[in-house]
Design a binder for this molecule. Structure first.
Ligand SMILES: Cc1cc2nc3c(=O)[nH]c(=O)nc-3n(C[C@H](O)[C@H](O)[C@H](O)COP(=O)(O)OP(=O)(O)OC[C@H]3O[C@@H](n4cnc5c(N)ncnc54)[C@H](O)[C@@H]3O)c2cc1C
Length: 606
């Protein structure tokens, strides 16, 4: 049976000591309610809900899965009750705007909530999670009437929402979308087509489901420039928000898949379903992109959640499982053998999990602050500046954290030995569940092309320059030439971090030069480049956490071991994880020729 305790000390360390969240909230009168007392109460109530309600239905949900019967989907036992508790507790509305019934608390608090819920039960958390995407779309692009009709119910959690992009012929290449939207002349459209792989597309948790659908108007231009966005409810809704007749959105089947089995993945058939346009005609993809970054940060979180859950359970097991003796001398002579945690290889896996989990959480919380800034921006300039920073870091977060989340979940299985492969313990489920995270919301390959192709090469490295300056500023501030009282201890982090950032800039320039001669270098280098970038970004946050820990230890503080552990984990990261960048630097600079020179026909001789 899986266990989970919300990592409140770690969350509070990041909030208070690393990122100064209360000073950040203090800048915005809108966030005046987000006081330390309220935030602490939210953390502890959320932890209770996750540990007591969501965790117990995680493995049973995986075993039972969703059932499909004549168009109806039933979620596993306990899901509906937990969802009702979630709605009654006001969790869905936590960080949504006041004018539609939200509580107006900062989006960053919503991110912490999502982390705890997603760790306790990712499959369950996807139902309310998808709604956030639909709500953001309506909030940013919807008309006043659309917001009144749909947003209030979604904010309460009375209805849920979906994002309907994918079709059988296309997931990445949405320019191939075929779903049609015929105008009825009264402001509504008849939507017809098939969408596949729709998360939360059909279920028994709520009476209505609000689909956000990409479709083409008649005579729309080909490709991505001819796609529009529509709100299409499962059940028709009148102007007062009352549910009417069935709207011809039927669930044809659900997918039998590798993981997240309790999260339904539906085939939806739209058969002249009535919808309304949201945003301008033919600008559907652009509208989607306005909140795509936030949605992708939400998916990056899945990597951290999986890593946390796997680590917590692997750690318990590694302290209990006895096997042979430590090479450096017997550690527990009263037992028939030492626990496996004494073996350096098991430590290697545990420390890697710990470093990825806590480093990943820091990356997410740093980014959540930028999301707050976007929400609170008073001028277009402020919004654009925050948006650009978010746009640069998002592909790194999404792809890097989900890739290392998969690695961490795999270490968890390995630590359990053969028992990790057996269902009873739940460790193999974490591997299956997290595997989707590198695929949906843009595959790792697509994120990598976005980073190297658009964010680096097309923008001539502007965003990288800004982010590098931030890291180098930190390095200077904490270095031997500064007045930082911990500069001697910090030197072991500052030197390799500054060197890595300098390399990051240099390799980016070299890739840009190479790309001028050979475009294939972009595709051949991109994933290695993204992972290279990810390890450096995570190093920045480990250095920040170490600095914060030294500061705490310099004063009177309880729980000194917590801060010592932070510093030791940072040392592990710099010694054993950051050096991965050296190998990545070599492979990303390699000639694309070795990837492409073998003729397709020669790839196999079967
Ligand atoms: C469980 C689950 C839940 C999902 N939920 C939703 C949902 O709620 N709503 C929704 O709309 N969709 C959803 N999806 C769909 C998901 O977003 C797509 O599967 C994903 O975008 C990839 O698209 P695809 O499957 O068509 O793969 P393809 O686009 O066919 O890609 C196949 C491979 O080719 C690579 N590739 C493709 N094009 C390029 C290129 N130009 N350069 C380099 N490599 C390339 C990809 O990286 C990938 O490795 C879900 C899918 C699953 C499995």
């Amino acid at each position: 049976m899986l266990s989970y305790k919300a990592p409140i000390s770690d969350i509070k360390f990041l909030f208070e000591d690393v990122f100064g969240y209360y000073q950040h909230y203090g800048k915005y009168p809108e966030f005046e309610e987000a006081t330390p007392d309220l935030v602490d109460a939210i953390f502890s109530e959320c932890a209770k809900f996750c540990e007591n309600e969501l965790l117990p239905i995680n493995q049973s949900g995986d075993k039972e899965g969703c059932t499909f019967n004549d168009g109806q989907v039933t979620t596993p036992k306990g899901f509906k009750e937990a969802y009702q508790q979630y709605v009654d507790g006001g969790w869905q509305s936590l960080s949504h705007p006041l004018e539609h019934g939200g509580q107006g608390l900062p989006p960053s608090l919503g991110m912490v909530k999502s982390e705890m819920m997603g760790t306790a039960n990712w499959s369950w958390a996807m139902y309310p999670g998808l709604s956030h995407g639909a709500m953001n779309t309506i909030d940013v692009h919807g008309t006043k009437e659309q917001k009144e009709v749909y947003l209030t119910k979604l904010t309460e959690g009375t209805w849920t929402g979906t994002m309907c992009l994918t079709e059988p012929q296309c997931g990445t290449d949405l320019g191939q979308v075929k779903t049609k939207a015929e105008p009825n002349g009264d402001g509504t459209y008849n939507i017809s087509g098939t969408k596949i792989f729709i998360s939360a597309g059909e279920h028994d948790l709520t009476d209505n489901i609000i689909h956000i659908v990409l479709a083409r108007l008649p005579d729309a231009p080909k490709g991505t420039k001819g796609i529009s966005l529509f709100i299409v409810p499962k059940m028709q809704v009148d102007d007062a928000g009352n549910i009417g007749e069935f709207n011809n959105v039927s669930c044809g089947s659900i997918e039998d898949k590798m993981g997240i089995k309790a999260s339904v993945t539906a085939v939806l058939n739209f058969d002249n379903a009535k919808g309304v346009l949201i945003g301008p005609e033919n600008k559907g993809l652009e509208c989607m992109f306005t909140f795509m970054n936030t949605a992708r940060v939400g998916t990056a979180l899945q990597g951290v959640c999986a890593s946390e859950l796997s680590y917590q359970n692997a750690l318990i097991y590694a302290k209990e499982r006895l096997s042979m003796r430590s090479l450096s001398g017997v550690k527990q002579p009263d037992k028939v053998a030492d626990p496996i945690i004494v073996h350096p290889d098991v430590r290697r896996m545990l420390m890697t999990q710990k470093a990825f989990t806590e480093g990943g959480r820091a990356m997410i919380y740093y980014t959540a602050k930028i999301v707050d800034e976007i929400e609170m921006a008073k001028t277009d300039e402020e919004r654009k500046s925050a948006d650009d920073r978010l746009g640069f870091i998002t592909p790194i977060l999404k792809a890097f954290l989900t890739e290392v989340g998969c690695e961490s979940a795999s270490h968890g299985v390995q630590i359990f030995g053969g028992h990790g492969y057996i269902k009873e313990w739940g460790m193999e489920q974490i591997v299956r569940d997290v595997r989707i995270s590198t695929l949906y919301e843009g595959t790792t390959g697509i994120q990598a092309l976005d980073l190297l192709g658009r964010k680096i090469l097309l923008s001539r490295g502007k965003a990288l320059k800004g982010f590098s300056m931030e890291i180098l500023g930190f390095c200077k501030d904490k270095s031997m030439i500064s007045s930082n009282p911990h500069k001697r201890q910090m030197n072991k982090f500052i030197w390799p971090l500054s060197k890595s950032v300098a390399n990051w800039q240099q390799y980016s320039i070299r890739l840009a030069m190479k790309a001028k001669k050979d475009r294939d270098i972009v595709g051949s280098a991109s994933v290695d480049y993204l992972m290279f970038s990810g390890y450096i970004v995570m190093a920045y946050f480990w250095a920040q956490m170490a600095q914060a820990a030294y500061e705490k230890l310099a004063g009177e503080v309880e729980n000194r071991d917590f801060y010592r552990a932070k510093i030791k984990t940072a040392e592990f990261y710099f010694d054993r994880i950051l050096p991965r960048t050296k190998s990545l630097a070599k492979t990303m600079m390699a000639d694309p020729k070795t990837l492409m020179q073998l003729d397709e026909e020669l790839l196999s001789f079967l």
